[in-house]
Design a protein around this ligand. Sequence first.
Ligand SMILES: Cc1ncc(COP(=O)(O)O)c(C=O)c1O
Length: 348
Amino acid sequence: MYVVNMIYFQCDYAEGADPAIIERLSSTNMEQSEGYGLDKHSIRAKELIKKRIGKENADVHLLVGGTETNRIAIQAALRPYQGVLSPDTGHIAAHETGAIESTGHKVLTLPNIDGKINADQVRAYVKEHYDSPTAEHTVQPAMVYISEPTESGTLYSKKELIALREATKELGLFFYIDGARLGYALASPKCDFTIEDIADLADMFYIGGTKCGALFGEALVILNDQLKKDFRYMIKQNGALLAKGRMLGIQFETLFEDDRYFNITKKAVEKALRIREAFEKKGIPLFGTSYTNQQFPILSNEQIKALEKDYVFELWGKSGDKTIVRFCTSWATSDENTEKLISSILSM
Ligand SMILES: Cc1ncc(COP(=O)(O)O)c(C=O)c1O
């Protein structure tokens, strides 16, 4: 339950939406438009996205949430007996209540290293599958799923992405990138790839809106022609073709005008890195190497108690007798609250 007077660093979707989006939703409120994403705002939003990623021939579909996007995208790509490789910590493996499995497709997990998997692991898994005399009695790996950034806020480098692209191409697998927080990845000072690179490397990826300034919404981009056919049928059958689709169109139109999407997330990452610095200065270890909007300090019970008085943050997991917690910034994090948290950390 939300408590008044507490400062929330719990997640990046605690507030509504970037004010520019609310203004645009309000100023277009009385417009009459076609339903199901065929309105002029959705069409323009898709054009802006295609232009920005440098892929005029991409198909873009605007969906409401991340789980829904993953479920539909993966289900649409796979044959009935196929499964998707994912880091064991991947969102589809660990946090989607079996949404992928509910479509009949197994999530095949690989052990993560700092939240990531690599091309060698993919090659080894696929080789082992086809070398097995009982290959046909098991689920066939047909796609690699990763998220950028990962669950623990880390980033795949461009080199690692290229290696995964090469492996998937060589092995005949699709390469799908979940970009629920893609804006925060691109805004990181450690990021060495662009959104154009992502569009070059993936068969499909999505640009997350919900966690990056939108009220809700994810823009799924399909690059591989094989995956484009009848996609709107898939969306509708899954109950995800929003009748008032213009709500999504208006939001992505606003986010992709003037690079708003990229500016919003950049500010959030800058604040997260100031918070990271404060933990480091205080000698508090951090879990993993996140240079995005999520930070994972490892705190003692006393430190948790001290910070819990004024701040809400997520308990993430155990590390010996200490606890990994998550502090998140977003488009809505104020400088004032960032400074307050920093001074609380330093005075613990
Ligand atoms: C990487 C990633 N993918 C997908 C999702 C799911 O999004 P939603 O909660 O909108 O279903 C999340 C949510 O935290 C996420 O972090």
